[in-house]
Design a protein around this ligand. Structure first.
Ligand code: AMP
Ligand code: ZN
Length: 665
């Protein structure tokens, strides 16, 4: 077997295993065997870069970074759907299309309305080439790099389906994976995500595809778009797509009349809570493609399809108590503790009350009978009060005036919906929360120390702030609950190792309000040390690209606080990186200022990521796709042919890796 054949056969085999596992949910080899084969392929691809293929199963783990998602015009517009809410609505719709088509012989496909983010996938010559978000229906964002990581999505579908076509579907986050992600976030001291839909659509726009690859996303497909007349009905085209490896849910069903459609609707209204993902309704489509074409579109949606929205489920129950939770930033969230009640497949004991205004507006009182609804959010909401059931001795709710954790008087600034506990350095959940943030993966990334242990260490009086971590001794840790020699050793080693974490991450770890990961990176690059940053005045701060008043003021507040000054000094004394390292500094220039680069192909002197970093370190910008704004293309081996033509058409200079190195010398 030639190397090429070997590579191809491994790719085919691994694709088949991915399909078995992620689409059929029926693995035929162990994870271990799969990994061995994947490694083998990786090695072969590395040694033989001429066979590079973005659609290889080795690319599923991500790696590509997209800084700016390119806007792409859809070849076929992505329409909305009309909504219906009742049997009458559906019967009206049926009448309209019967009249329109001049026949009552109409068949329907019933599908669930998958609740996620819509996506359009383009396949050319039977290969995946692009994934674009719906956007405004006319134009969307190119998120191909991220979509490639979704294992259930065939990049090289089985041969002979169609040659050039589009698949439309929904990127979803199944509930189990969503809950797991949230458990991890809570463990790391991060805020849990609110619902699977937003988390799924947020994932599409993450810059680092490695992060996307870690999320258990899935892609459920619901439409084949093609000019070929191979299939006569929508249902038939979906069944065919499934047989060629696309994940078309088995729940789709044919109906001969609206009566049968209603059976489907009623069945799933009940059963939807048993599904592994969320659905908020049913989509009904005229099955015949010829009939679809005749019906056509209104300015917003196809006439041949309609969505039926399930009613959000509501129940009534009694509000037993209002309690108050204190978050990492000191924000107070009121929580309704309810008489347990069944709702949408779970037992509900608590509901969110949002803030003081909400309680005031609905006049919610302890002892009230309240209507609880479960919408898209995981935590149900109180919709209204049944005042007819209000007890005689009921009293108006007085919002908490003091922090339930530390007793400090709460504050509320103009225009802010939330109350805050201002006792940043003395309030237990805030102390724990700040330290949990400090050690989290994207901050100091301390191995051997988890969120719960932080809380334990604080309760035991061993730490009061993040600087205290660096004073921890193994001997202090060992006697604690669930700790032993080995775990204590790991913790101390993990903390020690964090002294190597680069300044930009340390800056993020400090937990300055509004200074997230990206802002921290910008500030680190601009100011180069914590001292420069803390000495900067408002004007200097605002002058930095993308730093506004709100962030600038927050940095100033931080920098003027005695506690913070002392903490930063202590971190410095332990050897934590509070300035950009000399090595990084040496590589930082503005030689490439104002230039946009596209990187394509396989490189030898440095990895793709190193190359991209070098561009940014020298003031340039990296874009994932070629446009008029591109100044240079750095081409390695096997640059994609479509990219090459596009570059030549636009007359953009193509430079080699060595040319590039010369540029930044
Ligand atoms: P809307 O956003 O309310 O106009 O609804 C249209 C959206 O529903 C489409 O953009 C799709 O993303 C989504 N959708 C979910 N499931 C389906 C389905 N089975 N068929 C068509 N669209 C669906
Ligand atoms: Zn407090």
């Amino acid at each position: 077997m030639s190397i090429k054949e070997k590579i191809e056969s491994l790719r085919e085999e691994l694709n088949q295993h991915n399909y078995n596992y992620y689409v059929l949910d029926n693995a035929t080899i162990s994870d271990y065997e799969f990994d061995i084969k994947l490694k083998e392929l990786e090695k072969l691809e590395e040694e033989n870069p001429e066979f590079f293929d973005l659609n290889s199963p080795t690319k599923r783990v991500g790696g590509g970074v997209t800084k700016n998602f390119e806007t792409i015009t859809h070849k076929n517009r992505m329409y909305s759907l009309d909504n219906s809410y009742s049997k009458e609505d559906l019967l009206d719709w049926e009448k309209r299309i019967q009249k329109n088509l001049g026949t009552t012989e109409i068949e329907y496909t019933c599908e669930l309305k998958y609740d996620g983010a819509s996506i359009n996938l383009t396949y050319e010559n039977g290969e995946f080439v692009r994934a674009v978000t719906r956007g405004d229906g006319f134009q969307g964002d190119d998120v191909s790099t991220n979509i490639r990581t979704i294992r259930s999505l065939p990049l090289l579908p089985k041969k002979d389906f169609l040659s050039d076509f589009e698949m439309r579907g929904e990127i979803i986050l199944p509930l189990e994976g969503f809950h797991k992600m949230n458990e991890e976030r809570v463990e790391n001291g991060e805020e849990p995500y609110r619902n699977p839909r937003n988390t799924a659509s947020g994932s599409l726009k993450l810059q680092d595809s490695t992060e996307v690859a870690k999320r258990p996303l899935d892609c459920l497909l619901y439409q084949v778009v093609t000019n070929e007349r191979k299939y006569k009905t929508h249902f038939e085209s979906l069944e065919a797509a499934r047989s060629f490896g696309f994940k078309i849910p088995e729940t789709i069903s044919l109906a001969k009349s609206i009566e049968e459609v209603l059976k489907f609707v009623n069945y799933w209204d009940e059963k939807r809570h048993d599904l592994p993902y969320e659905t908020d309704g049913v989509v009904i489509k005229v099955n015949g493609l010829q009939q679809q074409e005749e019906l056509g579109y209104t300015s917003k949606s196809p006439r041949w399809a309609i969505a039926y929205k399930f009613k959000a489920e509501q129940v009534t129950t009694v509000l037993n108590e209002i309690s108050y939770q204190v978050g990492r930033t000191g924000a107070i969230t009121p929580v309704a503790n309810l008489e347990p009640v069944h709702l949408a497949g779970t037992v509900v004991k608590r509901a969110s009350l949002h803030n003081a205004d909400q309680i005031e507006k609905l006049d919610i009182r302890v002892g009230d009978t309240v209507f609880v609804e479960k919408g898209g959010e995981i935590i149900p909401k109180i919709i209204k009060v049944d005042t007819t059931k209000r007890p005689k001795d009921s009293e108006k709710t007085v919002y908490a005036t003091h922090c339930p954790e530390c007793g400090t008087e709460l504050v509320r600034t103009e225009g802010d919906a939330k109350h805050y506990c201002p006792n940043e350095f003395g309030c237990a959940p805030q102390i724990t929360g700040r330290i949990q943030h400090f050690i989290s993966r994207k901050a100091m990334d301390i191995d051997g120390l988890g969120g719960e242990t932080v809380d334990l260490l604080r309760k035991e009086g061993l730490i009061k702030n993040y600087a205290d971590l660096y004073e921890l001794k193994k001997e202090q840790i060992i006697p604690l609950e669930r700790m032993a020699e080995k775990s204590a050793q790991n913790m101390v080693a993990g903390i020690e190792k964090s002294k190597e974490i680069p300044f930009e991450k340390v800056l993020f770890a400090l937990g300055i309000r509004f200074v997230g990961e990206t802002v921290a990176k910008k500030l680190a690059k601009h100011f180069k040390s914590i001292d420069n940053l803390m000495q900067a005045d408002l004007e200097t701060l605002i002058a930095v690209d993308e730093i506004g008043d709100r962030i600038a003021q927050s940095i100033i507040n931080f920098s003027q606080d005695e506690n913070n000054i002392a903490l930063v000094e202590r971190l410095k004394s332990y050897g934590v990186q509070l300035e950009v390292s000399a090595e990084t500094l040496e590589n930082l220039t503005d030689k490439l200022q104002g230039n946009v680069f596209v990187v394509s192909g396989v490189f030898h002197e440095m990895s793709r990521n190193e190359l991209k970093k070098a561009i940014e370190d020298n003031g340039g910008k990296v874009s994932s796709s070629i446009s008029k704004k591109t100044n240079y293309i750095v081409a390695g081996d096997n640059m994609g042919p479509s990219k090459l033509t596009k570059a030549q058409d636009l007359g953009i200079p193509i430079i080699s890796e060595l040319d590039f190195i010369e540029m930044i010398k």
